[in-house]
Design a protein around this ligand. Structure first.
Ligand code: GDG
Length: 483
């Protein structure tokens, strides 16, 4: 039976070592859920790193991990600490991430990291080659693995390969600045189908292929190496039902079953007459526009002082890549901004910003989504942004307003949100006011339209559409071969 091999930087599971024993728990992230039908139900396998470096492993532990992940239909790729430093923290996070998000000034180019990135991509490709059989499909995920498609295709031209980029693809003028631009494109072109979240990313990619590799890209098809490669957009969705059901359960919860956070939220909602909650959730990342948001919030408090003591910004920032200096700087800037604004505006009974720098369990995420009148999502660049979609899915009472940056891929499908330019503080402040004062009927109308769209295009549908397109492209390829 033919299978699909999914390849991503991390396996969809958590491996914990304690006293020489290992525990493996499946991860519940969006990608793992979305690809479940492709992975588990079709007897597929998932290739990725387990989260444990080679240095942490004894031969016994390695065998145990290998056995445990095999049970989950996974195969782990072994990485050393040096691999991780250069391939992941180095080339992926200090080079490709800023480059693809238009932060050219943060983009470092270190030849040693590039060499390790190539060798680690080769490790992933070699693992695919060990596992692949005739008739299988391979679906490679994201910017950490840009070279894997060509590495697999070189050895197995018969195998159908898909690649999906989860982050933006920058415009040609940005991409052309990068020393290894040609190699990255050639790596991606090993795939038969290349997917992006939006048409704009697709367009940027095609223009780079046309101008850097001088290839014809008419009708989203590239003929290269005697093959046809198709490029298309597949906006990723969420597991809508999971969020909707969690919110429904949450809304019917007895007092005794409520989390501590929810009890605190309830207390404040009841005690502080008429106070409204504005929510933001993101990884602590410079692409998410966190300082812009805080500054715009301060501008709002100054411009519309009648809202002081009537609203609160709840900001959940999840620690991320804290070894990278720009992330440390961002954390410091955020701490200072929050401290300054709280210092300046707080009263004995009111603090304008509640700031959490940690990851919270899923249940608390639902507490926050369901208790917030407004979601304020202001990335300066974001491939998609699933938080915006999750907020919408949890608003089962059809109220709440989404204020969303037009720089998030999600904004293309979420026109009923209040769309803002994250660099325009005035516009953000005015949109916060509009959101807080929006009549219930208008909230309902906008929310219903958003829910209809977000529920229709779920993450499962996203995965199925990608796989169906990959099958189509492969058929065309076979026809050309036969001719
Ligand atoms: C990349 C692209 C693209 C957040 N805090 C907690 C928590 N989360 C979950 C959210 C959401 C996910 O993390 C974040 O997803 P995003 O899409 O917003 O952002 P990235 O992490 O940057 O993801 C992005 C995505 O890939 C998919 O292609 O949309 O553009 O950058 O699901 O719910 N989950 C829990 N606790 C937290 O504190 N449990």
């Amino acid at each position: 039976m033919n299978k699909t091999i999914i390849v991503s930087n991390r396996l969809p599971l958590q491996v914990i070592i304690e006293n020489d024993q290992i525990e493996v728990t499946p991860s519940v992230g969006g990608l793992a859920t979305g690809l479940k039908s492709v992975h588990k139900e079709s007897n597929g396998i998932w290739i990725g790193w387990s989260g444990i470096t080679q240095e942490e492993l004894t031969p016994e532990l390695e065998t145990k991990i290998s056995k445990a992940v095999t049970k989950e239909q996974c195969v782990s790729v072994n990485l050393t600490q040096r691999d991780l430093d250069h391939y992941y923290y180095g080339f992926s996070n200090r080079t490709l991430w800023p480059l693809f998000h238009y932060f050219i000034e943060y983009t470092e180019y270190n030849p040693e990291s590039w060499e390790v990135y190539k060798s680690v991509n080769q490790k992933f490709a070699d693992t695919v080659l060990e596992q692949v059989n005739e008739g299988d499909n391979v679906w490679i995920q994201d910017y950490q693995l840009l070279l894997v498609p060509a590495m697999v295709k070189a050895k197995r031209p018969d195998i159908s390969i898909g690649f999906f980029n989860h982050i933006p693809f920058p415009s040609y003028e940005i991409f052309r600045t990068f020393p290894k631009r040609k190699e990255l494109l050639e790596g991606m072109l090993g795939a038969d189908l290349i997917g992006f979240h939006t048409y704009d990313y697709e367009r940027h990619f095609l223009s780079s292929v046309k101008r850097i590799l001088s290839l014809d890209v008419s009708f989203n098809k590239i003929t290269y190496d005697n093959r046809i490669i198709r490029v298309d957009s597949f906006p990723m969705g969420i597991d809508y039902e999971k969020f909707e059901n969690a919110a429904l359960d949450h809304n019917q919860m007895n007092e005794g079953d409520k989390s501590e956070i929810q009890k605190r939220l309830d207390q404040h909602l009841q005690n502080e007459d008429g106070i409204k909650m504005i929510l933001s959730i993101d990884r602590m990342d410079y692409t998410k526009g966190i300082p812009n948001r805080i500054k715009a919030f301060e501008y709002f408090l100054r411009k519309y002082p009648q809202f002081q003591e009537k609203i609160r910004l709840i900001m959940l920032a999840v620690p991320s890549r804290s070894q990278v200096p720009q992330y440390q700087k961002l954390k410091q800037e955020t701490d200072e901004l929050v401290g300054r604004i709280n210092g300046e505006y707080s009263t004995v009974s009111w603090t304008p910003i509640w700031y959490f720098y940690r990851a919270l369990p899923f249940e608390n995420l639902i507490d926050l989504y369901t208790s917030s009148d407004v979601a304020l999502i202001t990335p300066v660049r974001d491939g998609m942004n699933l938080v915006a979609k999750e907020y919408v899915a949890t608003r089962t009472r059809k109220d709440g307003v989404l204020v969303l940056s037009e720089m998030a891929g999600a904004s293309i499908e979420m026109n009923e949100a209040l769309l803002i330019n994250p660099f325009n503080f005035e516009e953000i402040a005015d949109s916060i006011k509009q959101a807080l004062e929006m009549p219930k009927a208008e909230q309902k109308q906008r929310m219903q339209a958003l829910q209809n769209r977000v529920s229709r295009y779920s993450v499962k549908k996203w995965a199925n559409e990608f796989m169906n397109s990959l099958d189509q492209v492969h058929k065309v390829y076979n026809v050309i071969e036969a001719e």
